[in-house]
Design a binder for this molecule. Structure first.
Ligand code: UDP
Length: 347
């Protein structure tokens, strides 16, 4: 692997696994706009990336990592970014086995193939690997924090368990050039889906609250909305990946948090902020937008639901090794996301 991948080097092809998903569609756009590279993209869905399908520098394969021939083909490219995953908590309980296949078996097979071919595998893991963090927990540090997951009967942790095992597999696999990315609640346009329109079940909180606002239904606060998250713009996430590309020599063999600690707030405060942003976009007064309703986690998601009470990233390592810091304020991301959501789904 070259220490630096030049963005004007048209001989480079990058494989983007999950190119049709939320993060993938933004990264694909940025790669086509900001580099001269070719992109080999793999996904089951392409509705978010229709506008790129005719681009001569983009080749799209509709497939998934369950097929060994697809894995083998992806690993022929020198840089592989793996974004593919089942990553909505609404599915971690009822579909635990499929969640584990998607988040361990498939990426482990891709890692094996990349170890064989010598490709650099940039694997998107999750901040959820830090587990069942308490409300008073301190900042999560990549190479230091202790990890506690809930009991096996709390199947919420199926996802974290699989993602953590994948990280351990990558670090233990002889000959693999790996980098692990741990996203902290990325938000932006194209995140998840609207239930009953382009997906089923419960999406993550941004899409769920956006759906409620657009449909005029109350925003459901799980267990009172006291859990805290650090919401991070998907545009910051894309910039982070470019920092990796520009610093392969220091990024290989490292795991990085990608999060915006300055955006930390409780889910109850997020609900209120989204109500106000929605009211302002629509020119309504606050009393005319849907209100808030408290629901229990088990009643809402099903048996086995559990939660992390605080997910605060240490952002020091990304700054020190890559010069990266997430900068987009939450209000800016919410305005962008809600405007997009309204334009995309509201009739
Ligand atoms: N949550 C909520 N209402 C919703 C969806 C989620 O109160 O409609 C809560 C959820 O219980 C968790 C937080 O919002 O505390 C973030 O949930 P999300 O599903 O977005 O992902 P997570 O960060 O838990 O992986």
């Amino acid at each position: 692997m070259n220490a630096t991948l030049r963005f004007d080097d048209s001989s480079i092809t990058v494989a983007l696994v999950g190119c049709g998903g939320f993060i993938g569609c933004h990264l694909l756009r940025a790669l086509l706009e900001r580099t001269q590279w070719r992109i080999f993209g793999v996904d089951l869905d392409s509705y978010r990336i229709q506008e790129f399908l005719s681009n001569s520098r983009f080749e799209f394969l509709s497939a998934d990592l369950a097929e060994p021939a697809v894995v083998e083909r992806i690993a022929r490219y020198p840089v592989v970014v793996n974004l593919a995953a089942i990553c909505t908590p609404g599915r971690y309980m009822a579909e635990a086995a499929e969640v584990i296949r998607s988040n361990y078996n498939h990426p482990a097979a891709l890692a094996d193939a990349c170890a064989q071919s010598g490709s650099w595998l940039i694997h998107f893991s999750t901040s959820e690997i830090y587990g069942k963090t308490a409300a008073d927990s301190s900042a999560l540090v990549e190479d230091e924090s202790e990890i506690v997951l809930g009991p096996v009967t709390a199947s919420r942790w199926s996802y974290a368990t699989a993602k953590l095992l994948t990280e351990r597999y990558l670090t233990g696999l002889a000959g693999l050039n790996w980098t692990v990315v741990r996203p902290f609640n990325f938000v932006g346009p194209y995140m998840d889906f609207m239930p009953g329109v382009d997906g089923e079940g419960i999406p993550r909180v941004l899409a769920n609250f956006s759906t409620a606002l657009v449909r005029g239904e109350s925003l459901k606060l799980v267990n009172g909305g006291v859990a805290k998250r650090c919401f991070t713009s998907v545009h910051d996430a894309v910039d982070f990946v470019f920092c990796l590309f520009a610093n392969a020599n220091v990024a290989i063999g490292e795991a990085f948090n990608v999060g915006n600690a300055e955006n930390e707030l409780s889910i109850a405060d997020l609900a209120q902020m989204m109500r106000l942003v929605y009211a302002s976009i629509k020119g309504k007064s606050e009393s005319d937008v849907p209100g808030i309703e408290v629901v229990s986690g088990e009643a809402y998601y099903g048996k086995g639901y559990d939660d992390s009470m605080r997910r605060l990233p240490s952002v020091e390592k990304a700054l020190r090794l890559l010069g990266f810091k997430a900068i987009v304020p939450l209000k800016v991301s919410l305005e962008e996301s809600l405007r997009w959501f309204i334009g995309h789904y509201e009739v």
